[in-house]
Design a protein around this ligand. Structure first.
Ligand SMILES: Nc1ncnc2c1ncn2[C@@H]1O[C@H](COP(=O)(O)OP(=O)(O)OP(=O)(O)O)[C@@H](O)[C@H]1O
Length: 345
């Protein structure tokens, strides 16, 4: 316990200057370890992404950092405050957007915001100004007096983001901010978050299982799998850390178990990932030579290639490299569901 810590007793040396500093943090549910001693820092003004599949431990990490669940072991400082010893100080510095939509559907957009502002003790004088600003920031000014139930999924997500900002937090936590949104709304949310970062000088930590989201939005990304941190860096650094700078995507007309082995034997090839029937991603240090050799191999065997293209290394390749598994957006089940309307069917 902190209260029993004697003066001068050794403490972990966490950098209080970082917006978020987490050291060897553990969460155990009974004997199951959902988070297994993760350490990382988020710099001031950064958008930091926790990327990983369902069940990796991303939400559990966010819940510990936002004081929602107890920390089993290790430490976390948010805005320089210890989440265990100073939970109230932490809560005043942060805005939290949980995975599930929680705005009240029977209230108007404005009413949802005003309730939250009061809950956070925003003074009467500041309230109207803050609400007007956040509505503008998420492009919902015109919808101020609309009933929340009339909003589209994307607009409702933007309302939740506005609500999380109404007390002017410094650090913003977003748990899968675009899960369940259509591609157009998703891109709109990305643009909005990027603008918010710039105009409000926010530090953001978000979780996602969308590769493209992490790539487009985040300054740095931590890849989490089975409760551990398997890689950390900027999107470019992570891609460069994977051996092979090009990827050749190839589809064979005929399916066969032998393709993977044959592809692995080609010169310059560092990794072969099987995608779907007859489709492979071949990581190579020489895209053009591998392409030529691949065509020669297919010709020599009298096999037809349905498609062939050279692309850059993606975060997908990074994920497969570090975890040995695929994290394809379409393979990840959407966890977001609109809550039922009161009295609805
Ligand atoms: N209250 C709980 N009791 C027991 N196990 C839990 C509890 N909450 C989460 N877990 C388990 O901890 C692991 C991590 O869950 P978590 O929700 O943090 O994953 P996630 O990466 O956020 O995935 P998702 O994208 O599905 O939210 C999972 O195996 C989950 O089943």
């Amino acid at each position: 316990m902190s209260a029993s810590r004697k003066h001068g007793e050794a403490v972990m040396d966490l950098p209080a200057a970082a917006a978020i500093a987490v050291e060897k943090i553990v969460k155990r549910y009974g004997t199951f370890e959902a988070v297994k001693g993760i350490t990382f820092e988020v710099k001031d003004g950064e958008i930091f992404g926790l990327l990983g599949p369902n069940g990796a431990g991303k939400s559990t990490l966010i819940r510990m950092m936002t004081t929602l669940i107890p920390v089993t072991e290790g430490r976390a400082l948010v805005g320089g405050h210890d989440v265990v010893k100073e939970p109230n100080a932490v809560r005043h510095m942060i805005g939290v957007i949980p995975q599930a939509l929680t705005s009240d559907q029977d209230l108007t957009v404005y009413e949802n915001l005003v309730i939250y502002a009061k809950l956070y003790g925003v003074s009467k004088e500041k309230r109207e100004k803050n609400i007007a600003e956040v509505l503008e920031a998420v492009d919902l000014t015109k919808w101020r007096d609309a009933q929340t139930k009339t909003l589209s999924g994307g607009m409702r997500r933007r309302l939740e983001i506005a609500r999380g900002l109404v007390h002017d937090p410094r650090i913003f936590f977003l748990d899968e901010p675009t899960t369940g949104l259509d591609p157009v709304s998703r891109i709109a949310v990305w643009e909005m978050l990027n603008n918010l970062k710039k105009t409000r000088n926010l530090t953001m930590l978000l979780t996602t299982h969308y590769m493209e989201e992490a790539d487009r939005l985040c300054d740095r990304i931590a890849i989490v799998d089975h409760g551990t941190l398997v890689a950390l860096g900027t999107p470019v650094e992570l891609k460069q850390s994977v051996p092979g700078s090009n990827v050749v995507e190839v589809q064979f007309a005929r399916e066969s178990d032998e393709w993977k082995t044959r592809l692995e034997k080609l010169e310059d090839v560092t990794e072969v990932q099987s995608q779907s029937a007859g489709v492979y991603r071949v990581l190579t240090s020489n895209g053009s030579r591998t392409t030529t050799q691949l065509v020669e191999m297919a010709n020599g065997l009298g096999e037809t290639l349905t498609s062939l293209s050279v692309v850059n290394t993606s975060l997908d390749d990074v994920f497969v490299h570090y975890t040995g598994r695929q994290l394809r957006d379409e393979q990840v089940k959407a966890v977001f569901q609109m809550p039922p309307r009161p009295g609805g069917h």
